[in-house]
Design a binder for this molecule. Sequence first.
Ligand code: GLU
Length: 510
Amino acid sequence: MEKRVRLRFAPSPTGGLHMGGVRTALFCYLFAKKHGGDFILRIEDTDQTRYVNGAEEYIINSLKWCGIEPNEGVGFGDGPHAPYRQSERKELGIYKKYADQLIAAGHAYYAFDTSEDLDAMRKRLEAAKVVAPQYNAVTRQTMRNSLTLSEDEVKKLMDAGTSYVIRLKVPRNEEIRFHDIIRGWVVVNSTQVDDKVLLKSDGMPTYHLAHIVDDIEMEVSHAVRGEEWLPSAPSHVLIYRYLGMEDKMPLLAHLPLILKPDGNGKLSKRDKSGLPMFPLNWYDERTKESYVGYRESGFFPEAFINMLALLGWNPGGNQEIMSKEELINLFSFERVNKSGAKFDPEKTKWFNQQYLRQKSDAELVDLFMPIVKEKGITAEPKFVEGVCRLVKEKAHFVNEFWDNSVYFFTAPTSYDAEVLKKRLNEQTGNFIKEVATAYAGLNSFTALETEATFKATAEKLGIGAGQVMQLFRVSISGVGGGPALFEMIELLGKEEIINRLQTFSKNNSL
Ligand code: GLU
């Protein structure tokens, strides 16, 4: 029988979840949904020294905001495999059993080395010009462990409560082969693999043991994670084999790195490209650093995940804007690239702009109205809707609307000096007054009519429309650029426009 598709996102709560982590979660989510499977959130908090308060809640809130919610796991309801926090699972003795099984089968051993012993070993190896000193099949023979000490000595040390760790016994010179859905077959010689610690002296499992035990017990079908975990995959393959559970090993997929915009190295959480690296605002109370979020910067979650999905994956074809449902339909690990994916800040903003354009004017009113209110303005929803319709074309974010539309809500008190200097003279000043008079006589004040009247007045005074267009705009809005002028005029309405034109004449002593 085919294994049920079950993917887990397994972050460590050692800080805010950066966008690389969100991408891992997203790919897991898309694949799970595509195959009608489960998406699980497991919290890997075995390294208590790196635990950061608030990180777990942050992870949960981020997944919620992105709309990629697990259907099982911490914060999302207990399934049949609860608890989903490794520290709690450790209390239940879940991991120790497996470590003991490996010891009993001769594939793991106790090591009593102190940190001084380990330091001394490293120095010795460095002096002997060993490039990557490690605790392995060769060096373990010179260390204090249950392979070099007699049974009696081991027992004595244990009885005396000497602290120890359990290490994986990696064979000396063996080929380890495994398949990665993205990278194909990977072959590593065991000489490059160290005897990883499986259980620490405080009884806590390390990531290596814990995630394997959990993936087995939680019946995970695919283990999907960042490329940085690829070097430890050979140890994991051995652990499955030595537990006699190779058939329970999930399929592996190691995702490509996300690179800096210039392609030079890994994107860091302190990247200076001007765009956020975190989904939500994040304050790290340990380092006292604050990071701005995509949410708070005005991104739509749909735009954010659409952009992330294409960082390292492409469905073929030219389509870039994809709804979550389309992403689910199209997603496969086979189409994830091996090589790093460059983060593109401009493109990221472009995605938001596309989603902004897709929003209906009514939806935009809901988003923009709170900003308008915050500025102390009371405006009719219909009017705000009109403003949204006019300013959305040029914006990437709703939070840009205000700066581009202030003059819809308050009449200008100053006018673009450059334009006045260049365009304002007796003739053009006279033109503004004439238009005000002509407008006063209009019964219907639509864009069409106001434009026709504007042109007719220019003709009557013998001025080219182009000559006065910008000055006319400035007399209404104060600034030289903006949305379609006559639509703006229609929206502001007859009374307001005539007032503004008269004020302009007065302020400029025409
Ligand atoms: N806890 C690991 C991390 O922080 C999970 C790696 C994995 O998915 O196996 O990335």
